[in-house]
Design a protein around this ligand. Sequence first.
Ligand code: 2HA
Ligand code: ZN
Length: 269
Amino acid sequence: MKSILETNLLLATKIWEIAEVAGYLWQKGWAERNGGNITVNVTETIDDDLRSRQAISDKIAIGRTLPYLKGTYFFCKGTNKRMRDLARNPMENGSLVRITDDCSSYEIIADKAVKPTSEIASHLSMHNYFIGKSSDYKAVVHTHPIDLIAMTHHPAFLQKDALSRLLWSMIPETRAFCPRGLGIIPYQLPSSFDLADATLKELDEYDVVMWEKHGVCSVSENVMEAFDMIDVLSKSAQIYLTAKAMGFEPTGMSDLQMEELKTAFNLPK
Ligand code: 2HA
Ligand code: ZN
């Protein structure tokens, strides 16, 4: 059978965009071994051929029922697969899944039976939340940026919005392009529903959240925007750490400069 990369060009464009971002995550040094995961809601690209396809896996239980996911399809990075491999060969390292009609499990439909990411329950819970509130968000990116994770090892940075304000004040772009700031989620077991639920709660207020001592989770309309928000936050963290390495505390933009930026760019916070 032909790859879906050959049979559905709209879907192929989305998958190659995911592959491009997977390559960036590896190049940034944020994706050691199988670290990180990406899921994208690709339902709008699904054609009659894909809709009528037989599953190539058993039904796999999500562990909870997600009613808004009825009739939806996702491209998911495979569990234990490497971002650097996904970048070159997305359909060997990820797969297309369909949510079953009872909304409590999924099945793989193409290209190969590559089992999705260990964080699928938290990712699907987020997608369910987006559809439930009629949001256009379709992409969830989780990765392990060294600088941002290091900062979560200091209790002062775990206070609500302490890290947001610090990172915003390092360079104007970060506030402009990550305008809802950075939420903080106290440490939870990776892949757990506790982590999923804590993340959902923070998404009311933030598009990017830190999982303490683990990584970052970013959500957006598409995978490139989700990546860009992590990239600007990491840039700010680098500026902060570079100043500290030179032996001084960076002054940061003043409150007045921050307010001026907020007004000029019509920012939400
Ligand atoms: O997929 O990063 O959090 C590997 C991970 C789990
Ligand atoms: Zn992780």
